[in-house]
Design a protein around this ligand. Structure first.
Ligand SMILES: [Zn+2]
Length: 452
């Protein structure tokens, strides 16, 4: 079915217009005898005028129509939408032509609206069947190339809404209204809100007046509020200049706020960095101070250690010197005592010496009941005070005739044997041995050996 056809004399006839767009009455084409040779504008096959049960005027193909005529596939819904668009355009005072083909067939407008002064043309496309985004973009460009504005109209939920200039309409109680996508910008909430419902004729009027234009929504605002709880994404919508300005102002404000926030963050970051740097400087200074402190302590320890080393060295040197002095003194003393003992020993003969040993042996026998006795010969032995050591059972028991100046060398408690009482008194008289310690015999005084 179609709303237009070719009349053999009048040319293009439009069933939606009372004068068919060419000054002819409907009755002159509808049910007239003989039949008028009307032709399909698409395929050239014969068509005839018809009226639907609801009073809709249109043209239908005669029997034997070609199967590939594009208008065959157009549904009643499509046709009704086209008619609604044409009717709305005509209500605004603009001219509306149906099924208009562009130069070289570049496009075919369902409804081509033309302004009264003929300066503007807007194609209203009732797109009922599915079409890809690429196809609809391509077809939009074809219109634009011929300086024809276009708006695609769908009664369903097409995926291309907002991709090309487009609207979604609904019919309610005979009135067609736009429900998607004209929107208003609400500055306070910074969001677009979909216009619930706008009469198609009012929408067309605004598009023609350019009080609403197809507007590409700024990226931040593409979630369009549909109701208090729902929203829908749109890349572009129809909007008033005031709303577009409000969106731009809001975007400007948002950017200023973001810039300010960014600036604050940068300042805070700079402050944090400066503080961190200051802390690092302080830490560095503290490390240097501790290092210096340790170095100073080590220097002090080194100084102390050196002093201590010198002190010990000095002490050792003194100790060695003192030892040497003591050793020299000891040797000198020993020499003196050894010299002295020579005279002391010279006082008795070897015979007397043997007799004395016999007496000691007897003394030991009486006391210790042993004859295991051993004499260490008198000589320059300072250890026994230059006397003869008496060992009984391998223990130092006593000393025979120790030299008086050397008595201090005897171990305490050893028995000291003397020749007689006079010699015993002489030994005790030195104060180095006690009277109880001394055992004397009754030998006569030492011979004057020097006289022998
Ligand atoms: Zn046809």
């Amino acid at each position: 079915m179609a709303f237009s056809a070719l009349h053999p004399d009048a040319g293009r006839v439009d069933a939606t217009l009372s004068d068919l767009g060419c000054g002819l009455a409907w009755d002159l084409v509808h049910k007239v005898r003989p039949r008028i040779a009307l032709r399909c504008r698409e395929c050239g096959h014969g068509v005839h005028a018809k009226v639907s049960p609801r009073g809709l005027r249109y043209f239908a193909h005669d029997p034997g129509r070609p199967a590939d005529c594009a208008w065959l596939s157009e549904s009643l819904e499509h046709h009704q939408l086209k008619l609604a668009l044409a009717t709305a355009v005509r209500e605004t005072g603009w001219k509306a032509e149906l099924e208009v083909t562009g130069p070289d067939g570049a496009w075919r407008a369902d409804v081509l609206a033309t302004s009264p002064d003929g300066s503007r043309r807007i194609a209203w496309e009732a797109q009922v069947s599915p079409i890809t985004d690429d196809d609809i973009r391509y077809r939009t460009r074809r219109y634009e190339a011929d300086d024809v504005e276009v708006c695609w109209v769908s009664p369903s939920w097409p995926p291309w809404i907002g991709i090309v200039p487009s609207i979604r309409v609904t019919e309610d109680a005979g009135e067609v209204a736009v429900i998607d996508s004209t929107a208003d910008f609400y500055f306070k909430i910074g969001s677009w809100g979909m216009t619930r419902r706008l009469a198609l004729v009012e929408f067309i009027r605004r598009v023609q007046d350019e009080t609403v234009v197809f507007h590409e929504v700024l990226p931040r605002y593409r979630r369009i509020r549909v109701s208090a709880t729902s929203s829908s994404r749109r890349r572009a919508i129809w909007a008033s200049h005031a709303s577009i300005d409000a969106e731009a102002r809001h975007e400007g404000m948002r950017r200023r706020q973001e810039a300010w926030k960014q600036q604050q963050q940068e300042k805070a970051e700079a402050r944090r960095k400066a503080e961190e740097q200051q802390r690092e400087i302080e830490r560095e200074a503290e490390r240097a101070r501790l290092q210096e402190q340790r170095a100073e302590q080590q220097r002090q320890w080194a100084i102390q250690a050196e002093r201590e080393r010198r002190r010990r060295e000095e002490e050792e040197r003194r100790r060695q010197a003192a030892e040497q002095v003591a050793e020299r003194e000891r040797l000198r003393q020993e020499r003196i005592e050894a010299d002295a003992s020579l005279g002391w020993h010279a006082e008795i003969s070897e015979t007397r010496q043997h007799e004395l040993r016999d007496k000691v042996t007897e003394y030991v026998w009486l006391r210790e009941r042993t004859r295991t006795i051993f004499f260490v010969a008198a000589g320059p032995e300072a250890e026994y005070a230059f006397g003869t050591a008496v060992y009984v059972r391998n223990r130092l028991f006593g000393v025979l005739r120790p030299s008086p100046p050397s008595l201090h060398r005897l171990p305490r408690g050893v028995v000291v044997f003397a020749l007689n009482a006079r010699e015993a008194a002489l030994l005790v008289g030195t104060g180095q041995v006690s009277a109880e310690q001394v055992v004397s015999f009754d030998f006569p005084d030492a011979e004057q050996l020097s006289l022998i």
